[in-house]
Design a protein around this ligand. Structure first.
Ligand SMILES: Cc1ncc(COP(=O)(O)O)c(C=O)c1O
Length: 393
């Protein structure tokens, strides 16, 4: 089908939930994708952080091919060896003792919310405090904890037991905690909100008060977890461990997965029948996720994300020196944001014309989430394209 026809018919047959960029991606290899018309793009958003190993990684393709002929799915009615292996590996890498698997970031947060609610149930605590400017997903509960009107508008009312405080404002958090609070949920780096990092002081004090008041601390690492910020998990930069952590995006290299990780004393609050997911933790997906973690470890991609992130940030900072409309560069590792004093959309469009895919959040923040396999020369190429665009602004 021709590009125009696909775009035209998509507008007719698909619910209009996305304002899509008018290209049709046909295939990808490494850090590059090709559209239906054969144009090649350097992909610095990588499926919003999903394609951390880049496209068509041969080992990922091989695992999918082989396991798909053996067992794709069998349901959680039975024991699933690959699910167990993946849970064990994630526990080894993190603070956690147990894992629940589902299919997306929002679902991982739903499980975290239910776990927190059941935890609080015994003492009559049910309020959850989230941060302003946060993003936790599009299901009704996760939207209820998302602190941005842009996403919430038209879908209320939301549970009044979900409260908001300004991000990084410990006093405000302390003031809103009461005997009904069961959990606090935080993205250690806000992604959709425009790449804002939690302050060390805020996370440390939040951990202290949660421990003291017997409140669960949930870290949503759906976007910032799994190596993206130059550590396996962003909480490790802060040396502040949560009680529950949620993961998703890159874990199964493009196949749908979500994971909710918790310490033993929290995880065991769930009993059989409390929560479930038909597709969650399937044999194929879990084997792909195990392969993803194996490649990440073998290729030192976490350390490389830190190193490449430094390099990229340095280059972005040199653009900032040159262009007064660049207000701030934020983020860690390969999760970077460039805040402009002007609208980012025209820059995104020009970047695409010149063969670079990026993304804009909060209208003025250029967001970069390149694959973790990105090289210095890919970064130089992206910077050169951006420079060429910015000098004409
Ligand atoms: C921090 C965070 N939490 C949750 C989600 C929701 O994940 P999903 O779209 O897989 O449901 C996202 C998605 O961007 C996210 O960035």
């Amino acid at each position: 089908m021709e590009t125009e026809k696909i775009i035209e018919d998509s507008k007719k047959f698909l619910m209009p939930t996305y304002s899509r960029i008018p290209i049709v991606i046909d295939h990808g290899k490494g850090v590059r994708v090709w559209d239906k018309d054969g144009k090649v793009y350097l992909d610095f958003i990588s499926g919003i952080g999903v394609m951390a190993l880049g496209y068509s990684h041969p080992e990922i393709c091989e695992v999918i091919n082989q396991q798909s002929c053996k067992l794709i799915h069998c349901s959680n009615l039975y024991h699933i060896e690959n699910q167990l292996k993946l849970a064990r590996k994630l526990c080894e890498l993190s603070f956690a003792d147990r894992v629940f698997f589902c299919n997306s970031g929002a679902e991982a947060n739903e499980a975290a919310i239910k776990l927190a609610r059941k935890f609080g149930n015994k003492k009559g605590a049910y309020e959850i405090i989230a941060m302003e400017n946060s993003f936790h997903g599009r299901t009704l509960a996760t939207l209820g904890l998302t602190g941005q009107e842009k996403y919430r508008g038209g879908f209320g009312p939301f549970p009044p037991e979900f409260k908001f405080v300004p991000f990084n404002n410990f006093k405000a958090l302390e003031n809103s905690i009461n005997s009904k609070t069961c959990a606090v949920i935080i993205e250690p780096i806000q992604g959709e909100g425009g790449i804002y990092e939690a302050s060390f002081d805020f996370l440390r004090k939040t951990r202290e008060i949660c421990t003291r008041e017997n409140i669960l601390l949930i870290f949503d690492e759906v976007q910032c977890g799994l190596g993206r910020t130059g550590k396996w998990f962003t909480y490790q930069h802060y040396d502040v461990k949560p009680d529950i952590m949620t993961l998703a995006k890159p874990l199964a290299s493009g196949l749908p997965i979500g994971a909710t990780l918790a310490r033993e004393n929290i995880a065991k609050i769930f009993s059989p029948g409390d929560h479930a997911s038909t597709f969650g933790g399937g044999s194929l997906i879990c084997l792909v996720a195990l392969k993803f973690l194996e490649i990440m470890e073998r290729e030192n991609l976490v350390e490389k994300a830190a190193k490449m992130g430094e390099y990229f940030k340095e280059k972005l900072n040199s653009l900032k020196q040159k262009y007064p409309f660049i207000k701030e560069i934020r983020g860690k590792g390969l999760m970077l944001g460039v805040e402009l004093t002007l609208d980012g959309k025209p820059i995104l469009d020009k970047a695409r014309e010149r063969g670079l895919l990026i993304n804009v959040t909060r209208r003025r923040v250029l967001r970069f989430l390149p694959p973790l396999i990105v090289t210095e020369s890919d970064i130089d190429e992206a910077i050169c394209i951006l420079d060429g665009i910015l000098e004409k602004v």
